[in-house]
Write a protein that binds this ligand. Structure first.
Ligand code: FAD
Ligand code: UDP
Length: 370
């Protein structure tokens, strides 16, 4: 008999929910986390009374009532609706692409006028099956929107030409003919009052968590502690890169505390041209409608990933997906290891999707036991 039923590597959403659900069912769990805090990339830290999203803006949204009810057990969500503004060479546009944007671009005032303008702008792409992000964007939105709001932002974000990127990335954004600046189409949306870290405090209450502990620093020892493993780190690292390295995109965050109560009047402003090297500026207080005398802002600079940097985004292009498939076969053949989350499943998951995936996996464990 080993000391724990499960060792869980990573205290992000996948790991924390796995630990919570398994503990509830009577399993004895140990969570190890290499960072000095829980919460993974959703971690928030209180600075001058402002809950700062330390790893980029995190807005919770879902269409799934079960997942919404689930997270609401652990926090009260406010009514925040993400409505970023784009700054292209000093001109401001509402996002996502909607009637406000179309008016700002072309002074069109009705959906009919907007549709006619977009048809004219995208005419030459009408009959193509988009093979990449550029073709998808041109077909969907036409030349002006692609040039001013998509092309350069995407090149900065992903460090490559839009022709080299999969079409699905741009399909994340709504495109609508109403005056509605809501960035998401989902039924439920908000920010946990008091920050995300509180959710993780509750999920991991009464569970043994060892911070600043890297699984790979002593893998054999950690494996000897538990019957089963739940792993939420990069899948290629787990297998010692035996099929080659997967590529990720990283970010650098530049933070500033400013002696003003309101710097930009919105939580998120995207910079959609190459004039700035950052993609967006986040003003954290606006996520919770803060009225503090100071403000805290973060500029987000995308960068190429290497071993010394955090792997924030999987690069789900054909080449990397093919490498991932090989790792996936190995992972699926493991009897006592579950791979879950953005890094272990190499998927551009949002929070609600990671929660859904974790809950489904924990349900399977329960069904197996019965
Ligand atoms: P993570 O949060 O990455 O947690 C994995 C944990 O495992 C980390 O804490 C890591 O330190 C730890 N770990 C890894 N390897 C080891 C090891 N060897 N030993 C010990 N510990 C280890 N989603 C939304 O829904 N809305 C948003 O607005 C949103 N915005 C985002 C903005 C940015 C900039 C980024 C990068 C992501 C955003 N996301 C958003 C996605 C969201 O962050 C993820 O879906 C979610 O955090 C994934 O949870 P996870 O548990 O899979 O991974
Ligand atoms: N995007 C864009 N212009 C913008 C915002 C987003 O072209 O002003 C594109 C870009 O390619 C980005 C993708 O849409 O990678 C998805 O955007 P989202 O805001 O969902 O990205 P995330 O918050 O995950 O970084």
């Amino acid at each position: 008999m080993k000391k724990y039923d499960y060792i869980i590597i990573g205290a992000g959403f996948f790991g924390a929910i796995a630990a919570y659900e398994l503990t509830r069912k009577g399993y004895h769990c140990l969570v190890i986390e290499k960072r000095n805090h829980i919460g993974g990339n959703c971690y928030t830290k209180n600075i001058e009374g402002i809950n700062v999203h330390q790893y980029g803006a995190h807005i919770f949204h879902t269409n799934d009532k079960e997942i919404w009810d689930y997270v609401n057990q652990f926090a009260t969500f406010n009514r925040f609706t993400n409505s970023p503004v784009a700054n292209y060479k000093g001109e401001l546009y509402n996002l996502p692409f909607n009637m406000n944007t179309f008016y700002q671009l072309w002074k069109v005032k009705t959906p009919q006028e907007a549709k006619a303008k977009i048809e004219e702008q995208s005419a030459e792409y009408k009959n193509i099956i988009p093979r990449n992000l550029e073709e998808q964007a041109l077909k969907l939105a036409g030349k002006d929107i692609y040039t001013k709001l998509i092309k350069e932002y995407t090149e900065k974000q992903w460090g490559t030409d839009c022709k080299n990127l999969p079409a699905f990335i741009i399909k994340r954004l709504p495109f609508r003919f109403t005056f509605d600046n809501n960035y998401f189409n989902d039924k439920y949306q908000g920010i946990p009052v008091g920050g995300y870290t509180r959710i993780f405090d509750k999920l991991l209450e009464n569970i043994e968590v060892r911070l600043e502990t890297d699984y790979f620093a002593d893998k054999d020892y950690f494996d000897s502690l538990a019957e089963n493993t739940i792993y939420t780190g990069p899948v290629d690292l787990f297998y010692n890169y035996c099929f080659g390295k997967l590529n990720y995109r990283s970010l650098r965050f530049e933070n500033e505390l400013l002696e003003t109560d309101n710097f930009q009047g919105n939580a998120v402003i995207n910079y959609t041209s190459h004039d700035q090297k950052y993609t967006r500026i986040i003003e954290h207080k606006h996520f919770e409608f803060g009225i503090q005398p100071k403000t805290y802002i973060t500029k987000e600079y995308p960068q190429d990933w290497n071993d010394a940097l955090e792997p924030y985004y999987p690069v789900n292009d054909e080449e990397n997906n093919a490498i991932y498939l090989q790792y996936k076969h190995l992972a699926e053949a493991e009897a006592n290891v579950i791979f879950g989350g953005r890094l272990a499943e190499y998927k551009y998951y949002d929070m609600h999707q990671v929660i859904g995936s974790a809950l489904a996996r924990m349900k399977k464990i329960e069904e197996k036991r019965k």
